[in-house]
Every structure is written in structure tokens, then in C-alpha cells.
Write a protein that binds this ligand. Structure first.
Ligand code: ADP
Ligand code: MG
Length: 261
């Protein structure tokens, strides 16, 4: 599996004779098992970049390819989790998770079997029959992730999936997503504007800056693998290497802000 973006630019129409350059010359490769995190202030084009990968839109210039084939639209090989969970309020938990499989025409027994497996992966096995509106925000977000994974995508795309959660729930969810990433060996593209979250979760970090949206810095990161090798999340985040990296990235972001102001 390889998703390749080459020299992609995106212009949005903005009023008469005017365009917003949301992305400029984006080059990015997501390979099998990568956990790529995009970090940047609001408006730097993160969601636009995710839309290109998801196939919700095409670049104005440049290319997006999955395994050598141009991405021409959304597809089963790419699943998206948004900040707002977008669950169906009239369906219970298991039918929400099985929803994509139903759209594919899969029979009830089989899709419920797959949904159950993914609920267990996210620690939700006891809530299969619950209406989704009874669940907490963190649990609803886990249902959204289970639903995305149930369709067995090659890449899981997440746009600030944990942004609405309180600090403790958010840390738990970060750790859970990393464990699932390890277990399923999926490729992940995750958007966040939390520096700590980006550093903790990614194997590859891209830092973006606005007007026009560009990738200004790239880093390879060791921290998620340290967590998965047995250190606690808190140990990793309090380690000198993590703190040094956090300062490096914060300096970049503040410098970009000062330049943009
Ligand atoms: P981010 O997710 O990093 O906050 P976005 O990708 O949503 O950034 O937006 C990047 C830029 O493109 C912003 O300046 C935003 O206002 C603009 N933009 C996004 N979507 C549209 C749209 N549909 N029409 C016009 N401009 C848009
Ligand atoms: Mg966004």
C-alpha cells in the first residue's frame, strides 16, 4: 500500500475573480503501517489535505495516487473519522458499526459478526445494543472508529478525532488508537492541532503553515513505538527527548505565526 501525493495544489473559489490557495505544492507519501500526523494552526489546509486523500475533492494541480492509480473519488480503501462522530442516532451501536457493511450488501449475520469484533477491539463489546445517544462523547468517538475499521480500509483518515474530548479521556483514546494501529497494521493519517498529541502518536510528522498551506517541516518520530514497547504514555510524554522535541516543534509553529502576522 502506498498513497502518493505529488505537487498537489488546491484553490477554492472565493467570490468573483478571487481564489484562496488552500494548499501549495504538497508532496507526501503514506506507506504501509505509517502513522502520519499533520499538525498546524487552523486554516493551514489540513482538512483540505485529508479531503484529497479521501477523494472528496481533486487537486487543482498535481496528483494523488493510491497504489499507482489516481484517486478519483471516495472508496472503501479509505475510511474517515471526523471530530463530530456522525453516527446515526436512530440506530444502536452495533448497527452503526455495521452500517458501511450493510451498504455493501453484506447479510446481517456476517456484518454483525464483523461489527462485534471491532466493538471488542475498542472495548465496547458490552454496548452493542445501546442507543448511541446514551454513550459519552469518548465512547461515541470509539464507535465512529469501530465503524471506520469495520470496512477494513487500507488507510484510516482522522480529522481531529479527539478534539472534543476532555484531557483524561483524550489521553486514553490516544493510547487506544495506537494499540489498534499496532494490532490492525493499518496506515493512519491523523490531523490534530495538539503538539503533544502529534508527537505522541505519529511515526511521521508533517508541520503545515497557512496562506498558502504548505508542509514546512517533516520529522520521523519514535514515541508511539516506545509506548507500544511498554513505556506508559505519561513516561513517554515526560521524557527529556519528548520535551525537547515538543519545544522544537512549538518554536517552529510560533515562528510561522509571527511571520504570518
Ligand atoms: P484546516 O483544516 O487546517 O483548518 P482547511 O483545509 O479547512 O484548513 O482550510 C484551508 C483554507 O481554505 C482556509 O483558509 C479556509 O478558509 C479555506 N477553505 C476551506 N474550505 C473552503 C471552501 N469550501 N471554500 C472556500 N474556501 C475554503
Ligand atoms: Mg480542519
Amino acid at each position: 500500500m502506498a498513497l502518493e501525493i505529488r505537487k498537489a495544489s488546491v484553490f477554492y473559489p472565493a467570490g468573483r475573480d478571487h481564489k484562496v490557495e488552500a494548499l501549495r505544492y504538497i508532496d507526501l507519501t503514506i506507506e504501509q503501517g505509517d502513522f502520519v500526523v499533520a499538525l498546524g494552526a487552523s486554516g493551514c489546509g489540513k482538512s483540505t489535505l485529508l479531503s484529497l486523500i479521501a477523494g472528496f475533492m481533486s487537486p487543482s494541480f498535481g496528483q494523488v495516487q493510491l497504489d499507482g492509480t489516481p484517486v478519483a473519488g471516495p472508496g472503501r480503501d479509505r475510511a474517515v473519522v471526523f471530530q463530530k462522530h456522525a453516527l446515526m442516532p436512530w440506530l444502536n451501536v452495533i448497527d452503526n458499526v455495521a452500517f458501511g457493511l450493510k451498504l455493501q450488501g453484506m447479510g446481517k449475520a456476517e456484518r454483525h459478526e464483523i461489527a462485534r469484533r471491532h466493538l471488542a477491539l475498542l472495548g465496547l463489546q458490552d454496548f452493542a445494543a445501546s442507543p448511541v445517544y446514551n454513550l459519552s462523547g469518548g465512547m461515541q468517538q470509539r464507535v465512529g472508529i469501530a465503524r471506520a475499521l469495520a470496512c477494513d480500509p487500507k488507510i484510516l483518515l482522522m480529522d481531529e478525532p479527539l478534539g472534543a474530548l476532555d484531557a483524561l479521556t483524550r489521553e486514553r483514546a490516544q493510547e487506544l488508537i495506537l494499540k489498534i494501529w499496532q494490532e490492525t497494521e493499518k496506515s493512519v493519517f491523523l490531523i490534530t492541532h495538539s503538539v503533544e498529541e502529534a508527537l505522541f502518536m505519529g511515526t511521521k510528522l508533517i508541520v503545515m503553515s497557512p496562506r498558502p498551506g504548505r508542509i514546512t517541516h517533516r520529522f520521523d518520530l519514535p514515541f508511539s513505538r516506545r509506548f507500544l514497547a511498554g513505556e506508559t504514555g505519561r513516561e513517554v510524554k515526560a521524557s527529556p527527548e519528548f520535551i525537547a522535541m515538543r519545544e522544537t516543534v512549538l518554536k517552529i509553529i510560533f515562528a510561522d505565526e509571527a511571520q504570518a502576522a
